[in-house]
Design a protein around this ligand. Structure first.
Ligand SMILES: Nc1ncnc2c1ncn2[C@@H]1O[C@H](COP(=O)(O)OP(=O)(O)OP(=O)(O)O)[C@@H](O)[C@H]1O
Length: 242
């Protein structure tokens, strides 16, 4: 039986050589909720996300990552990194179904085709990554992440290469398809955090500061006054950082 998406807690400190990067801090991802992490470039957001994913970073981490239900985190986790990590010799459908094939399972091609269509690449299934634009490649990586159907999903700037219209559409698609999962979203875009998050944090000088969000549930419409106000407040907080 599949366990419901758990709360995840990451607690500890990270150093780059002898210099502290972040911590001591405690980040709790509430079960079944989207948590966004913002902060200036170099603040340590990607490092924190990769620590959570159990991946290699340039930093030394001392601390613990725990799931609220006590079960292992790693096998329940899907990760979409800043670079798309597509296999250059595989076509779009081959990349989207990579996870199943690596596990020696027969991929669900119907579901893969549906996801490829949902990210707007229906006519591109048999193209290789080199024939795609940066934004198209990012949508393939998103489809591959959604294909994994995991309880815990870590997204590192997943929509950064997309034009404004496609970005809004992909936010809505990911928000819908990952509803009820435990998601960590690293983003530079206050509007994205305002639309998608149940909780949002600013990582600054190694500490986490809470950011305000509307009381309405995500995905919030772009044009909703509460969304725009949260966006403006987050931008002001980012601009006021010293
Ligand atoms: N592999 C690495 N080896 C050494 N230092 C690294 C490595 N990766 C990142 N760093 C350093 O760690 C610090 C935090 O980097 P990180 O990528 O976590 O920041 P970030 O907040 O995600 O930045 P950005 O918003 O630009 O992606 C930076 O000073 C960076 O230079």
């Amino acid at each position: 039986m599949k366990l419901p998406p758990p709360a995840i807690t990451v607690e500890g400190c990270a150093w780059l050589g002898n210099a502290p990067l972040f911590g001591p801090l405690r980040l709790v991802l509430q079960a079944g909720c989207w948590t966004s992490l913002l902060g200036v470039s170099g603040a340590g957001k990607t490092t924190l996300l990769r620590v959570l994913a159990g991946l290699e970073t340039g930093a030394r981490f001392e601390g613990a990552i725990t799931a609220g239900d006590g079960a292992a985190v790693g096998p329940r986790l899907a990760f979409m990194g800043q670079s798309d990590l597509l296999l250059p010799w595989a076509d779009v459908i081959g990349n989207v179904t990579l996870g199943a094939r690596l596990r020696g399972k027969r991929p669900d091609l119907t579901r893969a085709r549906r996801l490829i269509a949902q990210v707007g690449l229906a006519g591109h299934s048999h193209l290789r990554p080199a024939a795609l634009s940066g934004g198209q490649r990012q949508r393939v990586a998103l489809a591959r992440t959604l294909m994994e159907d995991r309880a815990i999903v870590l997204l590192d700037e997943p929509f950064s290469a997309l034009d404004a219209r496609t970005r809004a559409e992909m936010q809505e698609l990911a928000g819908r398809l990952l509803q009820g999962r435990t998601v960590l979203l690293v983003t530079h875009d206050p509007l994205e955090a305002a639309r998608l998050s149940h909780a949002a944090w600013l990582l600054h000088r190694g500490r986490l500061e809470a950011l305000d969000l509307p009381a309405t549930p995500p995905v919030r419409p772009v044009e909703q006054p509460g969304t725009l106000q949260a966006q403006a407040e987050m931008l002001a907080r980012l601009r006021a950082l010293t």
